[in-house]
Design a protein around this ligand. Structure first.
Ligand code: 5GP
Length: 190
């Protein structure tokens, strides 16, 4: 038996509202959200060290070589990765750690940490996803198209996740994920 925290992988297309869902969960006691590294440029009022660690391609490559990532992947032209050390420390301290990552990263985490729980957040529909993405207004038309194409590709992979949760109502979606985490911890630690 171990008191290590749970590793929770959350994925979902851009515009599913998973960022807001994760933000809510981050406020829960006992939960920590991993801050990823990325080579993309900051968007809107994103700050280095808050939403992401914004790195150059060279620095990102160095970290890959030094086994600094639990997983990493390319997404629409940029690299993203979950720093290993911080997540492992938190788990040892008994915190549940959320990785908000895309599908290739999730598959890598499942291989390395088979004990993790994976949750895929689904939009109510593709039309709603497109509407949300446009409303956000942070991407160019080309980027929106690339992200929608990627969302369509990723959708069938939702089947490979342990759980699928539709984000129709934010409160319900967050509560459902809290329930999943609670139940999974009981399964493992009781
Ligand atoms: P965005 O550019 O919209 O912040 O993120 C684009 C995609 O990259 C999202 O699907 C997000 O979940 C994913 N992502 C963010 N951080 C990581 C990471 O550390 N690893 C992987 N594999 N994907 C990530």
């Amino acid at each position: 038996m171990t008191n290590d925290g749970l590793l929770v992988v959350i994925s979902g297309a851009a515009g599913t509202g998973k960022g807001t869902v994760v933000e809510r969960l981050a406020a829960d006691e006992g939960i920590r959200v991993s801050i990823s590294a990325t080579t993309r440029s900051p968007r809107g009022n994103e700050q280095d060290g808050r939403e992401y660690h914004f790195l150059t391609k060279e620095r990102f490559r160095e970290l890959i070589e030094n086994d600094g990532f639990l997983e990493f992947a390319e997404y629409v032209g940029n690299f993203y990765g979950s720093p290993r050390r911080q997540a492992e420390e938190w788990m040892k301290q008994g915190r549940d750690v959320i990785l908000e990552i895309e599908v290739q990263g999730c598959m890598q985490v499942k291989e390395k940490k088979p004990d993790c729980v994976s949750i895929f957040i689904l939009p109510p529909s593709m039309e709603e996803l497109e509407r949300r993405l446009r409303k956000r207004g942070t991407e160019t038309e080309e980027q929106i198209h690339a992200r929608l194409a990627r969302a369509r590709e990723e959708l069938p992979l939702a089947q490979d996740y342990d759980y699928r949760v539709v984000n129709d109502d934010l409160d319900e979606c967050v509560d459902r994920i809290r329930e999943i985490i609670r139940a999974e911890k009981e399964k493992r630690f009781n």
